[in-house]
Design a protein around this ligand. Structure first.
Ligand code: PEP
Ligand code: MG
Length: 890
């Protein structure tokens, strides 16, 4: 065989490095090979590489000759191992065809089971299995799945035909259908296919196989896969592998079963086997949420007060074998595993293992516990936790003392508190969230089509489905609280109402979910701030020991500064002083300053602002004593502060004694066509130096006052924005130094301070060697630097960037994750040229990228001294900085 396909299981040759490489064989394929190689019971099969799917999609849906030949050879491997042949009417081999990308994308791509059945082989299967009912049930399942996934027919048609068939007989459950009932339904399904696509259901098993392979390849580019990729930053060019594997059957009667399990609890991290199974069922029945699955262990069943027997009780032998496999897998992978298994007539088969998705709380607990168990070391523990997932822990939780009006309970599918307006479909969720509403998405059950609505919602409530239903798995992965399978919930889609028990609610009414308890409450329940102790504190300590870069915060109120310090901030990286100008008590003075006709008028208004600004800085310095505080002088275009409404002009006319018409004319004069590239940043300081003088005075007076009061001075770092030339910074540095000298003389004391600049313009990056003569530090303002380097307006980009990301033009939104190749190059140039002029020049980043783990890794590579992030991102940045230090040391 060439290298398009790899076989596993049976007597497959030993796996090589390529076969165990997820980038080549996908997560599922690599792990199947790994499991088979350590002797676990894996049905024999083969994996088509991700490279082949990329080639197929690139070459317009064409299979290569090498692939055709390799698949034929690999198929004989399965046939040899099982002792059956695909299409053999007497004793047919059946296979499953499943996708398997590099990372798991739950429910996003396609699967076909029972492939190889046709009008002839179904009879053979009936004979060899001795179970006619099973054979015909499998055939109808196959037609249903194949028609949906490969032929693209509406699966609702088949569901409807099945419902009608059951109703005709007065049946409730599928299990009541007899062999004959299934046989009749198969005939109906086939007629449906012929009617819908104008040709019969394919009877040729080779055609079936290639159809399924093509469908899995194509599903990589389905709309829902694209949305999922965008939300999870998965590049479009990874492609998916295809796994073809001998079928094993969990639906061969009462000694057969299928299930999904985790080696530890993925919601809490507790060390307890955790999972669900269904007797006499096929895999999809568990995840689809159609039948309510049963617990795996006796303990879990008893804790939930459930009646149906656990697997531990109902099939003790298979359960103990499964428990043995769990322990082997954890010891082998040294991580919590998420497993799919099937029991066929008492024999256990492993269908999948992968590192399991987990909540942030569980991730922390497992990482810390596994260090205690000597399974991993601290460095590995720090590597294990996704920094972005910490976000889930940093937000408020429900106040335990607040009264709760509990309407119903369901399964605690994904922990956390979520409150908002009820919405009944994903599109509405997205629309309402887009206009600023907090929403809770309520569905009978979710499907992959709902993914955008789940993302937009605060939380998800479903009427059906278990702990491993689509809603539960996806919600946990996204960090959205979720209550699934809630009792007594029914939805009237036409009336847009929701009934919970006897209570009727409308779309738009407010509810609260407690995802950890599975409770659904009426109205909005108050919340409390999180406590960052326990496993969180432990892991953060380990991270702090491992990181090189410092972590500061972007904050401009004492409250934000306090919170950031609690989260571990080691200084302020950006205090945007303009935010203080918007305060209701000062906006009038700010407007008077802006609309003044001359310098004297501006100075009069600035005098009113001085004590206010001084008070702002004093309050901030009091919180941050002993820590560096980068204060940026006024940056935004002045017109942002201008009045727009008539009543605002009238108030201003009263305050200034000037006429409304005069003020409106002056406001018109200040209008700019492209204010982001206009009269802003240091250009304000150059043209209206009195503004920066006032701000510098306020900073130094506050610093001296705090030093006098507390005995400890803050370390102000005064930052000049949007500099393009050395001269601008020279002029403004001289201005700041002059004011400092004046204030220190008046106060009879002085404080240490620095003057530096932001690097936000390509010219500044290129001329950094010159600019460094004037500035003691650079802080990379990568928001503006991205906008000015790409020539993309940061205020308008959201409208067109999503398709750019979908088409792989940018791997991620460059305003969220730094464009390392382009903007990053300017950062590197500036750092290098700045250091050449001023050895050890202090370098940091204060654009939004300072809180993005991938961008933080880049900052580590360039050797920046610190990153600065908004308060809630500070712990994320601490962990990401530690991970970056670890990987750059490798
Ligand atoms: C920046 O441009 O990256 C920056 C931090 O400044 P602002 O976002 O305030 O323009
Ligand atoms: Mg900026």
């Amino acid at each position: 065989m060439s290298n398009t396909v790899y076989t596993f299981g049976g007597n497959a040759p030993h796996t090589d490095a390529r076969q165990k490489d997820k980038t080549v064989t996908g997560g599922k394929g690599a792990n199947l090979a790994e499991m088979a190689s350590i002797g676990l019971p894996v049905p024999p099969g083969f994996t088509i590489t991700t490279e082949e799917s990329v080639r197929y999609l690139r070459e317009g849906a064409d299979f290569s000759d090498a692939l055709r030949a390799d698949v034929a050879t690999a198929l004989t491997h399965i046939e040899g191992a099982v002792g059956k042949s695909l299409g053999d009417a007497a004793d047919p081999l059946l296979v499953s065809v499943r996708s398997g990308a590099r990372v798991s994308m739950p429910g996003m791509m396609d699967t076909v089971l029972n492939l190889g059945l046709n009008d002839a082989t179904v009879e053979g299967l009936a004979k060899t299995s001795g179970d006619e009912r099973f054979a015909w049930d499998s055939y109808r399942r196959f037609i249903q799945m194949y028609s949906d996934v490969v032929l693209g027919l509406d699966h609702g048609l088949f569901e409807e035909a099945l419902e009608i068939a059951k109703e005709d007989q007065g049946f409730y459950a599928d299990t009541e259908m007899s062999a004959d009932d299934w046989r009749k339904l198969v005939a109906e399904f086939k007629a449906l296919v012929e009617q819908e696509q104008g040709k019969p259901f394919p009877q040729d098993v080779t055609e079936q196989l290639w159809g399924a392979i093509a469908a899995v390849f194509d599903s990589w580019d389905s709309d829902r896969a694209k949305v999922y990729r965008r939300l999870n930053d998965i590049p479009a060019d990874w492609g998916t592998a295809v796994n073809v594997q001998a079928m094993v059957f969990g639906n061969m009667g009462e000694t057969s079963a299928t299930g999904v399990a985790f080696t530890r609890d993925p919601a809490t991290g507790e060390r307890a086997y955790y999972g669900e199974y269904l007797i006499n069922a096929q895999g999809e029945d568990v995840v689809a949420g159609i039948r309510t699955p049963q617990y795996l262990t006796l303990a879990a069943r008893e804790a939930a007060g459930a009646k149906p027997l656990s697997m531990e009780e109902a099939m003790p032998d298979a359960y103990h074998e499964l428990a043995r496999v769990f322990d082997l897998l954890e010891a082998h992978y040294r991580d919590m595993q998420d497993i799919e298994f099937t029991v066929e007539r008492g024999k256990l088969w492993m269908l999948q293992t992968r590192s399991g998705k987990r909540t942030a709380k569980a991730a922390l607990k497992m990482a810390v516990d596994m260090v205690g168990e000597d399974l991993i070391d601290k460095r590995e523990a720090v590597r294990r936790v996704d920094p972005m997932a910490l976000d889930q822990l940093l937000h408020p939780t429900l106040d335990p003392t607040a009264p709760r009006n509990v309407l119903t309970t369901g399964l605690p599918a994904s922990p956390g508190a979520a409150a908002g307006k009820i919405v009944l479909d994903a599109d509405t969720a997205e629309q309402w969230a887009g206009r600023g509403d907090k929403v809770v998405l309520v569905r009978v059950e979710t499907s992959p089509e709902d993914i955008h609505g789940m993302h937009a919602a605060q939380g998800i409530l479903t009427a059906r489905g278990g702990m491993t239903s689509h809603a539960a798995v996806v919600a946990r992965g996204m960090g959205r609280p979720c209550v699934s399978g809630a009792n007594g919930v029914s939805i009237d889609r036409d009336a847009r109402t929701l009934r919970i028990g006897s209570m009727e609610l409308k779309e738009g009414d407010e509810i609260t979910l407690d995802g950890a308890k599975g409770e659904v409450m009426l109205g909005i329940v108050p919340t409390v701030e999180p406590e960052l102790v326990g496993d969180f504190g432990t892991l953060m300590e380990w991270a702090d020991d491992l990181r090189r870069m410092r972590v500061r915060t972007n904050a401009e109120t004492p409250a934000d500064c306090k919170m950031a310090r609690q989260f571990g901030a080691e200084g302020i990286g950006l205090c945007r002083t303009e935010h203080m100008f918007f305060d209701a008590s000062r906006i009038s003075a700010v407007r008077q300053m802006i609309l003044a006709d001359d310098e004297a008028g501006r100075r009069r208004a600035l005098e009113q602002l001085l004590p206010e600004q001084r008070a702002d800085f004093t309050a901030i310095f009091e919180v941050m004593t002993g820590l560096p505080c980068t204060i940026r002088l006024l940056d935004p275009p002045l017109h942002e502060f201008l009045p727009t409404r008539d009543d605002e002009f009238a108030d201003l006319a009263d305050a200034t004694g000037l006429g409304v018409d005069h003020l409106k004319r002056r406001a018109d004069e200040l209008h700019e066509f492209n204010p982001m590239l206009g009269h802003r940043g240091c250009r304000l300081g150059i043209t209206y130096p009195e503004i920066y003088e006032m701000q510098a005075r306020a900073i130094f007076e506050a610093a001296c006052d705090v030093q006098a009061a507390s005995g400890e001075a803050p370390l102000p770092e005064i930052m000049v924005p949007l500099v393009a030339t050395r001269k601008e910074l020279a002029i403004l540095r001289a201005l700041v130094e002059r004011v400092a000298d004046e204030v220190f003389a008046e106060k009879g004391t002085n404080v240490a301070y620095l003057v530096g600049t932001m690097i936000e313009l390509p010219r500044a990056a290129l001329m950094a060697g010159e600019i460094a003569h004037e500035g003691a530090f650079f802080s990379f303002g990568t928001n503006d630097l991205t906008q000015t380097t790409l020539g993309v307006s940061r205020d308008d980009s959201a409208r067109f960037l999503a398709p750019y990301v979908d088409q792989g033009i940018f791997p991620r939104d460059p305003f969220v994750s730094l464009d390392v190749d382009g903007v990053g190059q300017l950062v590197e140039i500036a750092a290098e040229r700045g250091r050449a002029t001023r050895e050890g020049i202090k370098l940091g980043i204060c654009g939004e990228h300072g809180g993005d783990p991938a961008s933080i890794a880049f900052c580590e590579k360039v050797g920046l001294d610190y990153v600065s992030a908004s308060p809630y991102r500070v712990p994320i940045a601490r962990l990401a900085a530690a991970q970056s230090a670890l990987s750059s040391g490798e």
